[in-house]
Design a protein. Structure first.
Length: 266
């Protein structure tokens, strides 16, 4: 069962705020006069009002911070290795591509657009209750070709500069496949590492990115469920730009990589 945390947070914030507001407008004065006349403590509040008064400011701050500034996410799969590992806890900048209303996801402030090479969290177009994280390869209007495990954008190859085997020491909580190669890829404004597996066939294809959409691909190229399989990501599905790792803890493996704390995402 999937819980919509944003919806729950909005409902709780509105509920506690409404209870606190209604009490102050209509009930508080009458209650204080009645209690004072009966010789009871006039400062005593009903339990619901007391909890709402205490929780509303906290919930409001969390809602505003999470909706418009930064939101934490956890990486559950290896589709972004070697950039992101299973168990990475990341911070996502929610205002990089404009501000959106929580739950409704309607943009009300326009500024910033994804650039090629950005690592982006978005709502999976096939099931929007699920968040995915991938790298932007194709921008609106781009012609994207994938051939022999190399991307070509508008006919120009994305250069692969160097390659070397991925070492076990680089994945402290798991063992890489013996055929895993770390490859440096040059997107022009950004250089980053990807992972290729020599024994896994490439998924060749050609796509033209529609206006208002993006072509998203995992850095673990041969083991990623991405735009090569299910198509494009609408601009309205963007959640934000991944900017940093604040913890790595793989509970299933009982393993942590403390060296990844407070590292940026390239």
């Amino acid at each position: 069962m999937t819980f919509d945390f944003a919806l729950i947070l909005v409902v709780l914030t509105l509920l506690t705020g409404l209870i606190w507001l209604l009490d102050n407008l209509f009930f508080k004065r009458k209650r204080m006069d009645r209690l004072a006349g009966a010789g009871d403590d006039p400062g005593r509040e009903p339990v619901a009002v007391e909890y709402s008064r205490s929780l509303f400011p906290v919930l409001l701050v969390v809602l505003l911070f999470r909706s418009f500034l930064f939101e934490p996410f956890k990486i559950p799969s290896g589709s972004m290795i070697p950039t992101l590992l299973i168990g990475d806890f990341i911070v996502v900048n929610k205002f990089s591509y404009g501000l959106r209303l929580p739950v409704l996801n309607t943009k009300f402030v326009e500024f910033g657009e994804p650039r090629r090479g950005d690592v982006v969290v978005f709502r999976y177009p096939v099931d929007e209750s699920v968040n995915f994280i991938k790298r932007v390869i194709g921008l609106p209007g781009d012609s994207v070709t994938y051939r022999n495990k190399q991307f070509f954008i508008n006919g120009e190859a994305i250069e692969q500069l160097a390659s070397a085997p991925l070492l076990s020491s680089e994945l402290k909580c798991s063992t890489p496949r013996s055929d895993a190669l770390r490859v440096r890829e040059d997107l022009g404004l950004m250089r980053h590492d990807i992972l290729l597996h020599e024994s896994i066939p490439g998924r060749d294809g050609q796509w033209v990115v529609p206006e208002g959409h993006y072509f998203m691909v995992g850095d673990n190229r041969d083991r990623s469920n991405d735009s090569r399989a299910w198509g494009f990501v609408p601009e309205g599905n963007l959640v934000g730009k991944a900017v940093g790792i604040w913890l790595n803890l793989d509970i299933n493996q009982g393993c942590a990589d403390w060296s990844r704390i407070a590292t940026g995402i390239n």
